[in-house]
Design a protein around this ligand. Sequence first.
Ligand code: CTP
Ligand code: MG
Length: 224
Amino acid sequence: MSNLSLKAGAVVPAAGQGARFGEKKQFKLLGRRPLLFHTLTSFLECDDIAEIVVVVSEEDIEMTSRELASFTSAKPVKTVAGGARRQDSVLNGCLALSENVEIIAVHDAARPFVTPELISATIAGCNKADGCIAALPSKDTVKQVAENNIQRTIDRDSTWLAQTPQTFHKDILINALQHDMVATDEASMVEATGGTVAVTEGFAGNFKITTGEDWQLAENIIND
Ligand code: CTP
Ligand code: MG
């Protein structure tokens, strides 16, 4: 185990509506299996992950747990209901992990190409910080824009694009998630509540499927 043997669990939020995609992408077949199952495979294969909680909408719980039962797995996989915002879904997932889990790796269901190695790297990063996330150094220059006008240019050499897994010590993550704020990832909530978050280098293939174009890219990779 890479993290001083602290027990790690995974929370996989899959309770989104897929508004930008046009349907619930997490259950759509990518090759022969639903997108969500591709994602879960890396977590099942990662020796540093002891248990997994999948978060889906209330109406999808029954179908998801039935389908997951067909997975032969040496580790417990639970299905729980999500909430309106991603952070609500993640919090529900965190609270469903076993009491003795001390490290939580949060990973988008919509990033099917994550690897066991990247998951382990974020867990290892928690040895030296409150959390550690996968991120990519930006190749483009990033501009902050309002009403089509550039407000400022962000120094490219210090700009990284956040991915998931985003992995944290449990109490720090749960405390951050209980704060009332608008956030698009867990790291920003932990940062805002005073936590230290490290980055480990992810890879371009660990992209999030957001639009139909991303789906096409994922199908090309699967069919290769
Ligand atoms: N998610 C979730 N609960 C929510 C919102 C999002 O569990 N209330 C999950 C999604 O299922 C997805 C991940 O968070 O796996 C990343 O979110 P995103 O790519 O934005 O997916 P959706 O929210 O489904 O898409 P959209 O924003 O276009 O509606
Ligand atoms: Mg969303």
